[in-house]
Design a protein around this ligand. Structure first.
Ligand code: ZN
Length: 135
């Protein structure tokens, strides 16, 4: 089950939603009941730096950074977390596996649709062996 980092669109409170994408979209802020929006998080690498005594240009962040504390602050503000190579690799594998799954579903769907000519039947057939949409 995936977790989504969300933020309240009314009061700005950050929280985490465990569940499906739909659960996340439907959830409300526990403090004020406002609608939540997904916070976009990303990976930032700690490589690709150069500079002198007064700071350095951080290629991953695309900005000048004074020191590591300053860098942490910028990353927090942007909702980024430091990632090592294994995290990036894991992330790539997750994305890849999802793409393979989506491709399979799309193929099953188009085959079933061609066979039956029914959108509903094809949908049912495509997702009958998958718990992807129900949890
Ligand atoms: Zn709120």
């Amino acid at each position: 089950m995936p977790a989504y980092d969300v933020q309240c669109s009314t009061c700005g409170k950050a929280s985490e939603i465990w569940g499906s994408y739909e659960d996340m979209v439907r959830s409300q802020c526990s403090d004020c009941g406002g609608a939540v929006v997904q916070k976009l998080t990303g990976f930032a690498r700690t490589r690709g730096q150069w500079g002198g005594d007064t700071g350095y240009y951080d290629r991953a962040l695309g900005t000048y950074v004074e020191n590591y504390r300053h860098r942490d602050k910028i990353m927090k503000e942007r909702g980024l977390c430091p990632a090592d190579d294994s995290m990036i690799q894991d992330h790539r594998e997750t994305v890849l596996a999802e793409n393979v799954q989506h491709e399979k579903e799309a193929q099953t769907f188009s085959e079933e649709y061609k066979k039956t000519g029914s959108f509903a039947d094809a949908t049912a057939k495509t997702f009958s062996h998958s718990d992807k949409w129900s949890n």
